[in-house]
Design a protein. Sequence first.
Length: 263
Amino acid sequence: MKTLFKKPQAILSILVLAIFAIISCSNSDDSSNEEMEEEGEEGITELSSAFAQFSDAVTVMLSDDGTEIYIETTGFPNHTSIYWNPTNALYIDEPTVRKTTENTYIGGGRGEASSFTVDATPNLTGATVATQLGTMGIAVSGSAIFNDQEGNGDLDGAAGGLDWAGAHKGPGVYHYHLEPRPITNDDEKLVGILLDGVFIYGRKCHSTGTYPTDLDASGGHTSTTQYETEAIYHYHIINEVYPASTYGYDDPIVLFAGPFQGY
């Protein structure tokens, strides 16, 4: 994972802006200033060490004011799959998988790279937001995270085309619908980050070593993790088997169905 920090503005520009702000606000009363300060979002000074777990396919940048994090990825996973070109070293044959696309491979399709910006400190005070089709997060492997739907329908209709990692390509980005076994397999490992800026972990909780019992409807709760010393809100893959009869492997478990909590 490449971590970059944007360069600050020139000192002269900052001084000019500061003088302009003082002049323009000279007639404002103290109560207005206090209100503006209360509404201002406090930035962070450094990225979470959790980002060090992301592969080299992922680039992460912290904004100048520390309030936003920009994330981009090539979309290419760092593990084996039947969806790689047969000439690729990461290609494996998976006889139980009925491929979604026969002649479109990882690295040979369209729209595989993706990016999004999240709040450095997720807003957990507002209303929840339902997930939609398409990329709703980036896994530590570099590939996209999708919800439990496929083409506005039930996932079971497409589950037969999911590889051992719970993912497929069809024909856009290679993406996970189920617990990504190369990343986490019934454990506490970091899976990735979602569009609301909240990290998602495996089925078990680092703070207890077992399945959490206090998860909300999104699979989230507040506790310590292996990357934060203070308790923070984060998601877990909910430990429930999804009834996908066409899936070629044992115990399909949905990665994240939502809703988002961090907007």
